[in-house]
Design a protein around this ligand. Structure first.
Ligand code: BGC
Length: 785
């Protein structure tokens, strides 16, 4: 019986696969026919939007249009495709923003957020949700940091992939943005991200690469800024070489809104869809370029084919009759907010609050009544409902506890401290005080970078003054990115709640009152002061150029290297329980890049309540040819454990996890040598580590040329032989007799020159032709790194 069921199941799956494939084939055939029928003008028109939020239909050929809509932490669907949709957008569930999602470190949860967003998009007829953004938080000042996940490329990429897989599982596409090196808002339409190639690959491409490979977003949104001197919207290197050829991206590239400067260059580079509707001028330029042969029609046909593939796919997956489930989605958003809450300080177990511990709880701060729950700009969602912490705490947790409230500060005026004395009185009469504070909406915005990382003076002063009269002061922070905490030593508790979305208040209350054990950890370093940050001297750039002078040393990579103690390190977060790490095992102490490594570690909940731990795996290369960060996050997992329970978690590391990007050779290289594998509770809390030896099997090009130094030729066995053929006897005598140290000591001057100088040094005994010959003979040689 069982066998029959399994067999029928397999047949069904196969039939379904066949049906899908047939459907895809049918769509492709239809598109081929359409391309033959479309005029040049129509083809070009298809490569730009119809209006703000829809693609271009061609009615005479029954080509439909589809809705696209912001994104990312909820839908911002305008009432009509030709309306901007700021303020008059349709209500939708506002989820916690990306900073908060990343603080959960929970890929399954983020997948479910994606699923829910996909569902809501279906309910509103939206086919492509414009998000998520996986750009790196290079500077704490970045205006859109609340909309991005992390300072770390692996965490950002994994979050992006989970989100996209979730949305797309519902038959709705996504737009992975903003491709790439979009890390500054100042002059965002022109600023050039002047980033070196190695850093570009290791930090600013990797999150996109992970997301594209793991989730195949239907669309990728090209950035406003320039990257290495070329606009992201017209970079063939980024849009075609990297995205399509290297990573196998199958979808289409969409421009950020009004990002295109040169339409023809953009189309040649691989830009499919210019958004939103452009002036007819841009289309006319492209038509003209096709007619005069500057733009090959075959290029345009390929773009149109891929655009139509997405349009028809979207149409075929559109579901009728999907209803927005306001209550269910709101409840889920609350859960997500509670998972994101990150407990930064909890002296003497001031939290959680219970009626056994405290009879009187004072809630202070206007944010408790008028929550800040999302960021400013194109991502602004009109929520279906909005909870306030004051109401939730009173209604759900107020039984048997006296709750008092004071406004504490004035959201209209950052410097107004007149409300503090009343708040102090309320605070002094309570057993514990919760100060809701953080960054008002205008402090963090798309289009504007921050100039400092302080909270409003009135918030800081309020906390100082309250902590002077109340030892049980807990600061509940609401902000999308890092802030300074000058009062940290004076308060007992700090709960970072990010921008928690419309149901954030409930999530916060659940954590404060112990219904949910906090399990968020920082996805970005909190510095003590702005001057300590990696991009301090290079943000937001000058004269249209942003020098990425800190290179690969962004976030914890920088603080580690400079031995700077941050306020709170990357990966940090407390729990109401405790965890013990034991039994770190590696599959082998000696491995190769091909075999990789399996690492396992056991985690035990040693406290009294159920809790979740985020286990982080860092890899360090102890000695390398190029400078490398002290350690880099490669894997992570979040697990739940009951009191006394243990679980073993394991991770598989592959060659890439050991590699750096060699810009000269344009390849990832895993060098032979020792690596430290560390299981950690945060980037500054390494619990266990193992050292392993990796033998590389890679053969990489040697790439010696006329500028390679004599000593390098000498030190390599293969090139030494060739070198000797060209050396005059007197040099040969000197160098063959000594080892490297002696050669350096006695002949340092002679050997520390690039080969191109030898015709001069030897007064012509070695000729220019011979140097060329030598270089030629060494071409094609490889070595094992
Ligand atoms: C933003 C994008 C957004 C688009 C549409 C742009 O200004 O950079 O993130 O999706 O507008 O609103």
């Amino acid at each position: 019986m069982k066998k029959t069921v399994l067999f029928s199941f397999l047949v069904l799956i196969t039939m379904n696969l066949k049906a899908q494939t047939q459907q895809e084939i049918d769509i492709q055939n239809k598109i081929t026919k359409l391309i033959a029928e479309l005029t040049i003008e129509e083809k070009v028109a298809l490569c730009s939007g119809r209006d703000d939020w829809s693609t271009m239909p061609i009615e005479r050929l029954d080509i439909p249009w589809i809705w696209v809509s912001d994104g990312p932490h909820g839908l911002r669907r305008a009432p009509a495709t030709n309306k901007p949709g700021y303020g008059d957008q349709l209500p939708a569930t506002c989820f916690p923003t990306a900073s908060a999602l990343a603080a959960t470190w929970d890929v399954d949860l983020v997948y479910k957020v994606g699923q829910t967003l996909g569902d809501e998009a279906q309910a509103q007829g939206v086919s492509v949700l414009l998000g998520p953004g996986v750009n790196i938080k290079r500077s704490v000042l970045g205006g859109r940091n609340f909309e991005y996940f992390s300072e770390d490329p692996i965490l950002s990429g994994e979050m992006g992939a989970a989100y996209i897989n979730g949305v797309q599982s519902q038959g709705v596409g996504t737009s992975l943005k903003h491709f790439t090196a979009n890390n500054v808002e100042t002059m965002r339409m022109f600023n050039n991200s002047n980033v070196d190639t190695r850093t570009l690959h290791e930090l600013y491409l990797t999150p996109f690469e992970i997301t594209v490979k793991k989730a195949q977003p239907w669309t990728v949104m090209a950035c406003y800024n320039r990257v290495q001197g070329e606009y992201g919207t017209q970079s063939e290197f980024l849009l075609t070489d990297i995205l399509k050829k290297d990573w196998g991206f199958k979808g289409i590239v969409v421009s950020d809104w009004f990002a295109i400067v040169d339409r023809v260059a953009a189309m040649k580079a691989g830009m499919h869809l210019e958004m939103p509707k452009v002036s007819p001028v841009n289309n006319a330029i492209a038509v003209e370029a096709i007619k005069n042969g500057e733009l090959d029609i075959a290029v345009v046909d390929a773009l149109v084919k891929e655009i139509l593939t997405v349009v028809f796919k979207a149409k075929s997956l559109q579901k009728e009759g999907v209803e927005l489930n306001v209550e269910k989605d709101h409840a889920f958003a609350r859960k997500v907010a509670s998972e994101a809450a990150t407990l930064l300080k909890n002296e003497n177990d001031v939290l959680p609050i219970s009626k056994e511990k405290y009879k009187k709880v004072a809630i202070i701060g206007e944010f408790a009544a008028a929550p800040r729950y999302q960021g400013n700009g194109s991502s602004q969602v009109k929520p279906t409902k909005l909870d306030s912490a004051l109401e939730i705490i009173k209604n759900e947790y107020g039984k048997g506890i006296k709750i008092t409230y004071a406004q504490g500060y004035n959201l209209e005026d950052d410097n107004d401290t007149s409300l503090i004395s009343e708040a102090k009185k309320v605070a002094s009469e309570a057993d514990v005080v919760l100060v809701f504070s953080g960054l008002p909406l205008q402090y963090e915005s798309e289009g504007i970078d921050r100039t400092h990382i302080h909270m409003p003076p009135s918030h800081n002063k309020l906390i100082e003054e309250i902590s002077a009269v109340q030892k049980n002061t807990v600061v509940v922070l609401t902000n999308g990115s890092a802030v300074t905490m000058p009062w940290l030593n004076k308060v007992s508790g700090v709960l970072e709640t990010w921008l928690g979305g419309q149901a954030g208040a409930g999530g916060i209350a659940d954590v404060l009152f112990g219904k949910v054990n906090p399990s968020g950890k920082l996805a970005e370093t909190f510095p003590t002061r702005l001057e300590d940050t990696p991009a301090f001297f290079n943000f937001p750039g000058e004269q249209g150029d942003v020098l990425y002078g800190e290179r690969i040393f962004v976030g914890y990579r920088y603080y580690d290297g400079r031995k700077i103690e941050p306020l709170f390190p990357f990966g940090y977060g407390l729990s109401y329980t405790s965890f013990e790490y034991s039994d770190l095992k590696v599959s082998s102490k000696n491995t190769t890049d091909k075999e990789g490594l399996t690492v396992s570690v056991t985690i035990k909940n040693t406290g009294k309540v159920t809790g979740k731990e985020i286990v982080q795996l860092y890899v360090s290369d102890t000695k390398s040819t190029l400078q490398r960060p002290e350690k880099e996050l490669k894997k992570f997992v979040k697990i739940e454990l009951a009191p006394g329970e243990s679980k073993e978690v394991s991770f598989k590391l592959d060659s890439r996890d050991f590699s750096y990007f060699d810009a000269k050779r344009n390849m990832w290289i895993a060098e032979s040598g020792e690596y430290v594998i560390a299981a950690a509770a945060s980037s500054r809390d390494i619990k266990l580590s193992e050292t392993i030896n990796l033998q590389s099997t890679q053969q990489v090009p040697l790439m010696f040329d006329e500028y390679t130094f004599f000593l390098e030729y000498w030190n390599n066995k293969q090139t030494r032989e060739i070198l000797l053929e060209y050396m005059p006897n007197w040099i040969r005598g000197i160098v063959t007799e000594g080892d490297e140290a002696e050669i350096r000591e006695y002949q340092g001057f002679m050997v520390e020159h690039p080969m191109i100088k030898y015709p001069y040094i030897t007064h012509g005994e070695i000729t220019h032709e011979q140097v060329k010959e030598l270089v030629e003979k060494c071409k094609g040689l490889t070595y094992t790194p």
